[in-house]
Write a protein that binds this ligand. Structure first.
Ligand code: EPZ
Length: 417
């Protein structure tokens, strides 16, 4: 259990470099299962979830090395299609091994995925998609298995615009020499980039970036390098950090084109953010107006940037509303911020209101999931006095060198393991 001691109050100032996208790197690793040659995954963030996802791949027989943000993989040595690694229960993304392993071996078994406790997070959408391509599924309390010896041309309609379910069935479809049409896809930028990389590897794909894609897969896919895109959620989080601490900063690379709904809200609040090429120049300290956000699948407001917005609400003059449509347990971090004096009320599992202007007070709080964990960390930085954050190791799951980056911007943070 790691605890962080934060000595506030600091206005974060300076330049910060954004790491590779966690939620793309976590799918690039299972993608290697359907490649027939060695591959280097570049710009991979060195974070716990990526290390655990790589360990799962290694447990299947792949040869892996991970240094200087490059994961070198030799997938030709993979012999197993049953995931028994305990790492699978530590993160949600482990489920995305199902599709590529099914494509390569015709069968796969794996434990139910782990991940942040932010909702029920069932896997029905995934299993239902595999049934639609003709797979047989067996479930028991800890493990589920999927079999499909002879892939055929199929049509899949996803039950919901699920990010990992889309990626799972896409990686299955990419690895089998048939045509698969997938409708009601999620279209997050990480998925669009994954599809582009699959085309580079030898897939034929129609409808990239749209809700309906058509994939003709292949057993002969190969790609020498997969470069992970910048992490748009980390980039947005740092923008919220500069604004809410009243600081001044430059964030790069800043993928503004994949943050339009977030930037629109910042503009509505009166936040000062200027985009120049691939850099965002952010100035906090000005007057902020209250806002209303309602999270939804891309291109609408991203649920992973919902909690950092609570800090901007804390600085705004008036009442802001947060509607978290995607998860039913993703507002409870507000109870931790209320211990610091935030004037917030959780009206129901999906709705909260926050009144700005409170002077936050230092105390001991607990990080509940990785996105709210970074939010509590920034809240402590913007608070006069010493705040302790319990369960802080959860932040390391998703943010590379986070203490180093924040200290370089002036934050005073001490880790107490
Ligand atoms: C992925 O999770 C991400 N994880 C999550 O990031 C992210 O919050 C989520 O997508 C949504 O963007 C990874 O990529 C590893 P979902 P996933 O299936 O695929 C509901 C983080 O902090 N929903 O897209 O498991 C759905 O029922 C993590 O990096 C709708 O209601 O999420 C579920 O409760 C947390 N309607 C939730 O949203 C829809 O049309 C997320 O669903 C689609 C989804």
């Amino acid at each position: 259990m790691a605890r962080l001691k934060i000595y506030g109050k600091t206005k974060l100032c300076g330049r910060v470099k954004i790491s590779g996208a966690k939620n793309e790197a976590l799918k690039a690793i299972p993608l290697t299962v359907i490649l027939k040659n060695k591959v280097r995954i570049c710009n991979a963030p060195n974070i716990i979830d990526v290390v655990n996802q790589a360990k799962i791949l290694e447990s299947l027989g792949a040869k892996i090395s991970f240094a200087d943000n490059v994961i070198s993989v030799d997938p030709t040595l993979i012999t197993r299609h049953d995931i028994t690694s305990t790492c699978a229960g530590k993160l949600r993304a482990s489920i995305v091994f199902a599709g590529p392993l099914l494509a390569r071996f015709g069968e796969v078994s794996l434990p139910y995925p782990g991940g942040c406790l932010i909702g029920a997070r069932p896997i029905d959408t995934h299993l239902n998609a595999f049934r639609q391509v003709g797979a047989k599924i067996k479930e028991n309390k800890d493990v589920f298995s999927i079999c499909l010896a002879n892939p055929t041309n199929s049509n899949v309609i996803l039950q919901e615009k699920s990010v990992t379910a889309t990626e799972n069935i896409v990686l299955y479809a990419a690895g089998v020499p048939v045509k698969t049409k997938i409708e009601n896809c999620a279209i997050e930028p990480e998925i669009t980039d994954l599809l582009h990389q699959l085309v580079k590897a030898g897939c034929r794909i129609k409808g990239i970036g749209e809700r309906s894609v058509e994939i003709i897969g292949s057993k002969d896919l190969s790609i020498d390098e997969f470069t992970v895109m910048p992490d748009r959620i980390e980039a947005g989080t740092f923008a919220a950090a500069f604004i809410s601490t009243g600081g001044q900063g430059e964030i790069s690379p800043f993928p503004a084109e994949s943050l339009t709904s977030f930037l629109d809200i910042l503009e509505d609040c009166g936040a000062k953010i200027k985009i120049k090429d691939d850099t965002a120049i952010v100035s906090g300290g000005g007057k902020l107006k209250p806002f209303k956000i309602s999270t939804a699948p891309y291109p609408d407001f991203p649920t992973d940037l919902q909690s950092p917005m609570s800090l901007i609400a804390a600085c705004a003059e008036g009442e802001s509303i947060i509607i978290e449509n995607m998860f039913e347990n993703r507002l409870f971090y507000l109870n931790e911020l209320k211990k610091m004096g935030l004037k917030a009320e959780i009206l129901d599992p999906h709705t909260a209101k926050i009144n700005g202007g409170a002077n936050l007070k230092p105390t001991t709080i607990e990080s509940l999931d990785l996105r709210s964990g970074i939010t509590l960390l920034i809240a402590a930085i913007m608070t006069e006095g010493t705040t302790i954050i319990e369960n802080a190791q959860i932040i390391d799951r998703g943010y590379e060198k986070i203490e180093e980056k924040l200290k370089a911007l002036g934050a005073k943070i001490e880790r107490i393991d």
